[in-house]
Design a protein around this ligand. Structure first.
Ligand SMILES: CC(C)(COP(=O)(O)OP(=O)(O)OC[C@H]1O[C@@H](n2cnc3c(N)ncnc32)[C@H](O)[C@@H]1OP(=O)(O)O)[C@@H](O)C(=O)NCCC(=O)NCCS
Length: 170
């Protein structure tokens, strides 16, 4: 399988179980299972949430879920199957959403991750996210989280670029 044979598409209801199992095993392991199939199904249906899957030969090998607000977006979950890592799939999934967020006028993208998750930390740094704050006990009172963010534009209204046409010039 080549990296080019991996396609990205919006998730559909039939993907909910595969996404939920990946979340349980690859993201939420040891923390309890919040993103079961019913919850993922709601995320797929939710208007302000985008759920994207990476597929190879029709199997889901990666996914990302992002919630969009007016100014901020929150990256909820992201995972790539262990056998498919370091092939640029995580980057493609996140890049798709960062470009969507930029087009939607979102100012910044935020996320939390387990402090000990060195691979994800390195991944988000490679995706130009910065660490903002450490939150002790964020995960079930047991594990610290790191908050990270990527600024897409300076806060406030977009710059006003219109200028009147110059009169009298040929
Ligand atoms: C984090 C994760 C999604 C990255 O997915 P991926 O498809 O392997 O990432 P990519 O191949 O697109 O990596 C892009 C860049 O990120 C960095 N990176 C990714 N994984 C890394 C690792 N294990 N160690 C160091 N750097 C890493 C590298 O700079 C990489 O570029 P390179 O391969 O050219 O050096 C994947 O490791 C994963 O699913 N982890 C378990 C779930 C998880 O922790 N999710 C995040 C918290 S919600």
């Amino acid at each position: 399988m080549t990296a080019n044979s991996v396609t990205l598409r919006l998730a559909e209801a039939r993907d909910a179980q595969a996404i939920a199992l990946m979340s349980r095993d690859l993201v939420e392991a040891g923390l309890g299972w919040k993103y079961d199939a019913a919850r993922v199904q709601r995320a797929i249906r939710e208007r302000d949430t985008v759920t994207l899957v990476a597929c190879a030969a029709d199997a889901v090998i990666g996914f990302v879920i992002m919630e969009f607000g007016d100014e901020r977006a929150h990256l909820v979950l992201l995972a790539v199957h262990p056998s498919q890592r370091r092939r640029g799939i995580g980057r493609r999934l996140l890049q798709w959403l960062l470009e969507s967020a930029q087009t939607a006028g979102i100012g910044s993208v935020h996320l939390e991750l387990r402090e000990r998750n060195e691979a994800a930390r390195a991944f988000y740094r490679a995706m130009e996210f910065s660490e903002s704050v450490r939150v002790p006990g964020y995960y079930r009172g047991r594990e610290a989280a790191l908050r990270m963010l990527r600024v897409l534009r300076v806060p406030g209204p977009p710059p006003y670029l219109w200028q009147p046409p110059a009169l009298g010039q040929k």
